[in-house]
Design a protein around this ligand. Structure first.
Ligand SMILES: C[S@@+](CC[C@H](N)C(=O)[O-])C[C@H]1O[C@@H](n2cnc3c(N)ncnc32)[C@H](O)[C@@H]1O
Length: 455
């Protein structure tokens, strides 16, 4: 039976309908255009990664590197804020554990936890502080009640991690219920696709199921002096009545993702990509000889970008659907193939030779375009790296031959092509995280190319 709740939220874009196994699903009430904002969702609790602690405001995540001055909380000296607005925003929760935090943080009980358990313990501390506020606002009360109404994760054998004692003497009564929902409703928060934090966004959890070929994606909005929120963006046009899905983890984990879904979320994904992987079964091994591997790379590029050999300006996206991949290309679905390509691209794009970087990078682009859905940000980020590599190579070629030499001009054309692709894709997802980022890099490189006027 569905627990469809009409009063849960109101949106002109999203409705809730029963789902055969995941209780409910979010469906489009209108045609949702590519790149449009579907819904903006507030956070209930957020935790910075240890590497970001002291570098960002614990409330709004504004970063010191973007010019913000941080001040420590004088009570615990462990939380940093960019100003009184953020400190005041967090105080109703923070005051519940501020005085006990240092002793807790230095305790053996906390110190002996694994890194991921520490994050769980801190998130649970924040959630239990939220859930035990007496003078709670109606908005926060609603968020907590949505969180407690979520489908719990699979029963875990692990014990509840020790949380920081709250200012009340009693142990929070609903700790088990809160913890049961932590694992499968914990969003990884990125800035420019680098993980900086974890967070709980109850309405996002309540609404959006997972797909490995999602039609939407979540991005974090960092606004100075405001709590973190999550924007859900349409990656392609979504028809009325179509389910809106987001990725719970990187769809490129082709071989291991089902295991993670089972362990963390307790479901088996049945998206077209997972059905395809299941039908393929055991993957044929990757070739060992350089020649055979080279032939496989070329075949992959031909399949994904059929017109590339005839016209270098023709990288047409979206690529062929993943479900049409021929048997001869099944070895490219090994996760190790993607790892090898990205390691090779990363080292050659930094240290050269640039022609190898551009060659490997094109194969990697083909693989990304095959396994990710259209407009997936990783495709655009990689295309931007390709544009930078081609541009740097064109400058070096110019020094070695002449300003209008064929090599320099060809490389500049490549830089323009990859830049156009990355701009088209990343503008769909739009700005996210810290100020600056890939969209700003694109416009800087566009001006450099424009000023050079070689092509
Ligand atoms: C974040 S919640 C999704 C919200 C859920 N639909 C609801 O009604 O509250 C995550 C849980 O939904 C279920 N789920 C999400 N995506 C699914 C999918 N593609 N197939 C089956 N179950 C899914 C799993 O039980 C998972 O632990």
């Amino acid at each position: 039976m569905s627990s469809f709740a009409p009063d849960l939220f109101h949106s002109d874009n999203v409705g809730l309908e029963p789902h055969p196994t995941a209780r409910d699903k979010a469906v489009a009430k209108n045609v949702l255009r590519t790149g449009s904002l579907i819904l903006s969702i507030p956070s209930l609790a957020t935790i910075l990664l240890p590497t970001e602690k002291g570098q960002r405001c614990d409330c709004c995540f504004s970063s010191q590197s973007s010019g913000v001055t941080l001040r420590r909380c004088t009570g615990c000296a462990s939380y940093w804020y960019c100003g009184t607005k953020c400190q005041t925003l967090q105080w109703p929760i923070h005051k519940r554990f501020c005085k006990n935090f240092n002793r807790y943080f230095a305790s053996t009980a906390f110190d002996s936890l694994e890194a991921h358990e520490k994050l769980d313990a801190l998130l649970l501390t924040h959630l239990s502080a939220e859930a035990s506020i007496e003078d709670i606002t109606p908005h926060r009360a609603r968020e907590i009640s949505i969180f407690l109404s979520l489908v719990p994760g699979p029963a875990v054998n692990t014990r509840i991690p020790p949380i920081c004692p709250l200012s009340t003497k009693e142990r929070p009564t609903n700790l088990d219920a809160l913890y049961a929902r932590c694992g499968n409703n914990n969003f990884t928060i990125h800035s420019h696709l680098t993980t900086i934090a974890h967070g709980v966004f109850p309405l996002a959890s309540r609404l959006f199921n997972h797909s490995c070929l999602p039609n939407a994606a979540a991005k974090v909005i960092i606004e100075p002096s405001q709590a973190i929120s999550l924007n859900i963006i349409a990656l392609r046009d979504i028809a009325v009545g179509e389910e809106i899905c987001i990725p719970y983890l990187d769809p490129a984990l082709l071989q291991t993702r089902q295991q993670i879904f089972q362990l963390t979320y307790g479901f088996t994904c049945s998206c077209p990509s997972c059905i395809m992987m299941e039908n393929i079964g055991r993957l044929p091994p990757l070739p060992e000889s350089e020649n055979e591997l080279g032939a496989l790379n070329t075949a992959l590029r031909h399949f994904v970008f059929p017109s590339w050999e005839h016209d270098a300006s023709e990288i047409l996206l979206p690529a062929k659907p993943f479900t049409e991949i021929p048997r001869s290309l099944f070895p490219v679905l090994h996760e190790s193939y993607l790892t090898q390509l990205s390691e090779s691209f990363s080292s050659t794009s930094h240290d050269g030779p640039s022609d190898t970087a551009l060659d490997v990078g094109l194969t990697l682009l083909a693989l990304y375009a095959l396994i990710y859905p259209p407009n997936y940000p990783q495709i655009g980020m990689h295309s931007l790296e390709m544009a930078k590599t081609a541009w740097n190579a064109s400058i070096i070629a110019e020094r070695n031959e002449s300003r209008f030499g064929t090599a320099a001009v060809d490389l500049e054309k490549k830089a323009q092509l990859y830049l156009r692709l990355s701009s088209e894709i990343l503008n769909v997802f739009g700005p996210e995280g810290d100020p600056g980022g890939p969209l700003e890099e694109i416009s800087v490189l566009q001006s450099l190319i424009h000023e050079n006027m070689r092509v």
